[in-house]
Design a protein around this ligand. Sequence first.
Ligand code: UDP
Ligand code: MG
Length: 160
Amino acid sequence: VFLPRLVASMEVEETYIMIKPDGVQRGLVGEIISRFEKKGFKLTGLKLFQCPTELAQEHYKDLQSKPFFPKLINYITSGPVVCMAWEGVGVVASARKLIGATNPLNAEPGTIRGDLAVQTGRNVVHGSDSPENGKREIALWFKEGELCDWTPVQEPWVKE
Ligand code: UDP
Ligand code: MG
């Protein structure tokens, strides 16, 4: 059986998921959070936050040479975002699949962007692209004491 690399990870990982200002303004917070909750991942951090320009620039520093960078920073700082840390086996790639392609018109129906968005510059949600970036971004967006180490009662019904 061919298993794509995207779903092959059996490691417990952490990912940074963020509902962008358009997702908050459009009233999609509950809808987006519930997709990760229903999947069975563990929420370890959650806050509504007005992102300062410097933090947006640091978060997207790999894209700073792109022509759309100034527009992207304006977008991300244009209103409150919902910052989340999620944990689980293979959560990084799995969350990217739940989110769908960067351009919502190319995102499959059933994905968050495929179901809820139209344009790349208004694609409602962010998800880390690697376990390393998951750790980097969670450390960037959350202070110590804002994350919870807890055991969901459903855990044995999600993990065998
Ligand atoms: N973006 C954009 N125009 C582009 C490419 C990206 O406005 O041509 C924005 C978009 O909001 C995207 C974000 O920059 O989600 C980060 O780009 P990346 O390639 O990392 O996409 P993602 O990982 O979010 O799918
Ligand atoms: Mg990215």
